[in-house]
Every structure is written in structure tokens, then in C-alpha cells.
Design a protein around this ligand. Sequence first.
Ligand SMILES: [Zn+2]
Ligand SMILES: [Zn+2]
Length: 662
Amino acid sequence: MAAINPQKEASVLPEPGKRNILITSALPYVNNVPHLGNIIGSVLSADVFARYSRGRGFNTVYIGGTDEYGTTTEARALVEKCTPQELCDKYHAIHAQVYEWFNISFDIFGRTTTQLQTDITQDIFLKLQENGFLEERMTTQLYCDQHHSFLADRFVEGECPDCGYVDARGDQCDLCGKLLEPLELVRPRCKIDGSTPVTKDTKHIFLELDKLQPQVEAFFRESASKGAWSSNGISITAAWLKEGLQPRSITRDVKWGTPVPSSLEGYEDKVIYSWFDACIGYVSITANYTDQWEKWWRSPDDVQLYQFMGKDNVVYHTIIFPASKIGTRDAWTKLHHLSTTDYLTYEGGKFSKSRGVGVFGDSAKETEVPSDIWRFYLLYCRPETGDSEFTLDGFISANNNLLLKNLGNFVSRVLKFVNSRHYNSVVPNWAEYHEPSFDTFKQDINQLLAQYVQELDSVKLRAGLLTVLQISQRGNGFLQSSKLDNSLYENEPSKCAAVIGLALNLVHLLASLTAPYMPTTAASISTQLRVESLPISGQWTADTIRPGHEIGQSQHLFSRIKPEKAQEWREKYGSEEAKKLKEEEAALKAKKTSKKKKGGAKKAETSSGTQTAPVKDGAAEVSPAETANSAELASTDGALTGAATENPLDSAQSALGALELK
Ligand SMILES: [Zn+2]
Ligand SMILES: [Zn+2]
């Protein structure tokens, strides 16, 4: 997959008066291999919706890519001893391969390090300036005289002011979990050469979000209700707005980023902070897909924007990006539906690449279990309304029971019967027999179908999947109550034909309902039936497979996984290590809690996974689980506002573990 779509002439474009659906999944950072939690969190969820939307016949475009700028990239490049560009190239390719294996149907999988990203970001930046929403301010930061550079948080280490740990980083203390600003560190030192940094004044551009608050609030009220945002998305956004938006620095003293427009003097060595331009990546990647990108992004009346992300990315999509768009005073397609997920845990603990815990995107295929099965189980336990757990036993059981015994059994029983000597693969004339139970059956299926459409329309993906299983279960029940077998064929041939006719048509319907979740399985069913896939509609007519049609040979859709595999995988993918991590976390948490009790002044700790309002002392409110998740964060921002400043945005972000836009 390349950044540039090779077939521009084939680009999907919106048409006025039709349903036009623009879909994005959060752009992952290019410093890691995505794990199963990352995959279900945005790309896979968005993929199901994109496939559903195409199945409905809507004009649909699905935009994905990697977010490549920022100090996290620079810091990681330092570790891997390569240039930021080389690092981005490497991880962009890794991400692309993983998503390809998971069958993610991006219309383009792009990157943010492109000229169009610079052009579009600078255009927005200059319009915000022209409209009076940008302001220059002087700030104080750590500077290294040794290598002549300001130190972003990840480039400075020192003692934790809270627990005294000597190797705390500029953004976080790994021992006690406190989120830090570089200026808070005791005895700071440059990570590159170990020298002691000095403080130095440096000017930066601030986006005056406070001036945009009324319009952002109006947008939020309208969009959240019309687009039926996830409750997580609503509560996180409402909490930020309640706290009050503050001016926020959008430039940085680093090299790896979108250049500041050259019309600004004194910004030659500064870049635009990825915090500001990461969401603009969706727009520039679309522009790399089609030169008519404005038809997607500047059509507020014709296009509905659906955005998928983990809950830690909410504010960028509901406040920062909308505020930037509003401030340009241009027409923009704004967020319609926000879909957020909570965290997926792995065998009760957290995924950790460094500790070898969890199944990562590149190791899923080593198991030789097809990607459809992974997709199925991830969607089956999608953390849609709270954290959820991935377990290897659950994975195997889902395959062996839900897929093999329910869906697989129904499809193969029907097809094998048509393949048999009774019909020799030719669909019998099935219109001659009728009984009232057939009407009930059709009604039941139509009712379930209406439920499926309603669930998918409102992006309740897990519920929709359960409905698919209910439909095939109803199909199994129908075969059972009709007593489909050889004696039915011999004694009541016209009834047998009628049962087969209805069942075959239900298989056809199931192929299209399954397609968003398990595209390979759905394609296999269509191939076995020798039919085109049905468009998804709210009505099942049960007459798309007609008498005389010849079907292909029945093939197994699923294979049984031996339960013993669970133990083998547990050893390979670190379940023991997961338990250990969990214990360490609990110990840290206990230590922190006792410390707080001594201190007395701080608020009670929020429980992990529970969404809370932003709080003043944000860092202290974050559970170790969350801070560890955000260990890769590029929280360079705080340095500019000064350690002593209580910026509600900072603390709210900390409280949400939110600096990670990936
Ligand atoms: Zn230095
Ligand atoms: Zn500490």
C-alpha cells in the first residue's frame, strides 16, 4: 500500500442528494507494532462500518494512515539509531502489512509526512491567524547548551519531584506513574549528552481556544445529539468544555514536523505541533486520494463524517479539530458520528510489546488461524460500552461453538443437501409447497434483519454481530423443525424443496450480513452459491436464488481449533507475564494510594476505565494502567505553559491519558 492511490480515476466521490459517508480511523503513531486492542479500537471497527455502508449502496470512502510527525518519532529514531524518515518508512510499512492481513478496506492508507499535509495545515494556520485566533507568547523551556537545542520532554531526564526516582522522564515518572513537565524534574539532564540544561525563553504561537468556546459548544450540542455519539465521547467532551477551553501552544522547538508558514518571522527553526495538525492528516490523506478532496471535506450538507478511535483520542476530534475548522470561517464537513472504544485487556492484563505480553498484529498470522476468526472474536468482544477482555479460551470457544456449530453448520448443511444425489447441486422448484410456519419464519428473519440494520446504522457493531448469529440460529431451528433429511425428501419432496429454497435464500442473506465482519467467509459463501453478494437492505424477499440455479461445491467455512492450543499460545504470547504485570500494577497503585492518604489533600483516585471529569491535579488521578498506556505520549506541550501553571487542558488531558492521538 502506498501513500498515493494509484487509480485516481476510480476515486469514490460524494453526490449531492445521496447518502455520502466519510469514515476515518485514528491515525496510529509510527513507533510500534499495533496490538489487538489497537486494531479493534479504531481500524477494524471503522472497517466493519465502511463495508456495511458500501453494502447499503452509500457512497463511502474510508481514510486511514500513519501519523508520523512529533517528538515521539524523534525519540524513537534515536533509540533505533536511524533518521525520523527511516523510522516512519519502516513503521508505515509494518502497519500497512498488518492491516492488509486483517483485510482492512481502506480506500487509501496514507501518511502525514506529505506536501499536501504542509499545504493544508499552513492554510488553516494562516486563516486562523487572519481571523484573530492565534497569538504569540513568550514561554520558558529547558535548553541544552551542549548540543544547541531546546529539549522536548522526551529528551530530558531527572529526579521525580514526587517519589525521587532518579530516571524519571520529562513527561512521566515510570516508578510512581506521575505525569510530569520537564521543568518539574529535579536535577534535569539532557538525554542525548547528559549535560545539565538551562532555562531559556522562546516564543510560540498559541491557538486561542477560549475565543472559540461558544461555537465549539454549539457544534457539540448539535452533533452529539444528531450523530448519536458514544456516551464516552459525550462525557469526555462535556467535561472539557465545562472546565473552560484555554489558549494552547501549537508550535514547537523541534525539527520533525510541519513547517510554520514562512510569513512568520523567527519561526524558521520551529514546527507546527503534531497536536494541532494530526487530525488535519485525514484531510491531506484524502487529498492524496483524490484532487477533488474538497467534495468530501467541504460539504457539510451532503457528507456525514464518522470517526473511530479509542477514548483517549476523543478531545482532538471533538474540540481541537472542530475548533480549528470553525476558526477558519470556511465551510467544513464536521464530525457527525463519534465512535469510541474503551480498553481491551489481554488475559486480564495489558498488552506490552517490551514485556512480550499479548498478541500483536504481526503475530496473529503466525497462529495460522485465518484473519476472519480474529476479526470475529475482536468484534464479538469489542469494548463498546466498557473495558472488555480478550482471552485465548474465549477465542477458541467462539470459533468452535459460535462459528463452527452455528453459522458454519447451517451453511454447510444446506449446501451439502443441495450438492447431494437428491438435487445434484441444482436448486429445486420450491414454489409449489407452502405452510403457515414459513410465513412465521420469514417474519422472524425480517424482524431480525431490521434489528441488524438499526444496530449497524447506529454503529452498534457488537450487537449487530450477535444479531447475525441469531439469524443463523433461527435458520438452524428452521431446518430442525422442518425435519430436513433424506426421509423428508423421499416422503414429502415438495415440502423438502420448499425448505431448501428458503434455507438457500437465507444463506444468501447471511453472506451479505456477515460480509462487514468476515469478508473472506462471506466471499466464500457467495462463491459456493455461485451468486453475487446481495446489497444490504431492510427487507428479505427470499427469492434471490431461483429454481434451476446450479450452486458450487460446499466447502468448510471454519475448522475446529483444539482447546490445547490455548496453553501453547499462552506460553508464546506471555499470559504469565500479563499476570505479573497486573500484580506489579496493583502494588504501584497501593503505594500511590497510601501516599495520597498521607498527603491528604489530593482527590480520591478514579477507578481505571471509569470516565471522569477533568480535575485540577490531573496527573495524580491517572491510574497506573492508564499512564502506562500513555507511556509513548508526546506531551511536549506542558513545557511551554510552565510547570507551575495549572492549565485545565493539560490536567484534563492527563486525567484522560489523552495526549496520545494515536
Ligand atoms: Zn544535549
Ligand atoms: Zn515518581
